[in-house]
Design a protein around this ligand. Structure first.
Ligand SMILES: [Zn+2]
Length: 211
């Protein structure tokens, strides 16, 4: 059986199992969505938002791209934010990066001429790496540098989101959180919590010492 066929067969099984477990499940889905969280994560196949948080369809409004980036001049990410806040009125925006991120690693390497779109996409991440060059050099291994830049990247996206007019003008105002997922134990670490909006510096320091 080819791979897409396997996915389709698995889908039939999932639909049957879900309906058996909760007969009203699909009726609820048809009625509409009412997610409370906008999740901005990495496209990496190892970090599926719903799976790692035990969420169901309908729980998360999700935007994923390489290295969980948010650009205010990118209609893709901004349209998701706009819809999430102005229509769905989510209360929380969570940026979730992950350690061992290939997009973050690419920002620390010379540009790959075969990936012009990726290079353009991660340009801001390269600039962030340059800004924190001295600190990153202080980490002994490439892995540590990648992981620290992944943390700094999450904090930078949170900063951009909190400064975005769509977030600032939203009523009710959403809380913007910065999380990072560890591939080696499946746990999420909170780098900055929207409940303490001024804790970014504290968390930057804490994350640094933990890195
Ligand atoms: Zn990644």
């Amino acid at each position: 059986m080819n791979r897409p066929k396997r996915l389709l067969v698995a889908n039939v099984a999932w639909a049957h199992e879900t309906a058996a477990r909760n007969p009203g499940f699909f009726c609820d889905l048809v009625r509409g969505q009412n997610p409370h969280v906008l999740w901005i994560g990495c496209s990496d196949s190892r970090v599926p938002a719903e799976t790692i948080t035990h969420c169901e369809p309908g729980d998360l409004f999700v935007h994923r791209n390489i290295a969980n980036l948010f650009h205010s001049d990118d209609d893709n990410s901004v349209s998701v934010l706009e819809y999430a806040l102005r229509v769905l009125k989510v209360g929380h925006v969570i940026v979730c990066g992950h350690y061992g991120c290939g997009g973050v690693r690419a920002a620390l390497l010379p540009p790959d001429p075969g990936l012009p779109h990726v290079n353009r996409r991660i340009a801001a991440l390269c600039a962030l790496a340059t800004t924190h060059r001295e600190e990153l050099r202080g980490h002994a291994s490439v892995r540590e540098r990648v992981d620290r830049l992944a943390e700094l990247n999450v904090l930078e996206q949170v900063r951009r989101l909190r400064a975005n007019p769509i977030v600032q003008e939203a009523n009710p105002a959403p809380l913007v959180h910065g999380w990072i997922f560890a591939l080696d134990d499946g746990r999420i670490k909170v780098l900055t919590s929207g409940y303490e909006a001024d804790d970014a510096m504290t968390c930057t320091t804490a994350a640094h010492s933990a890195a």
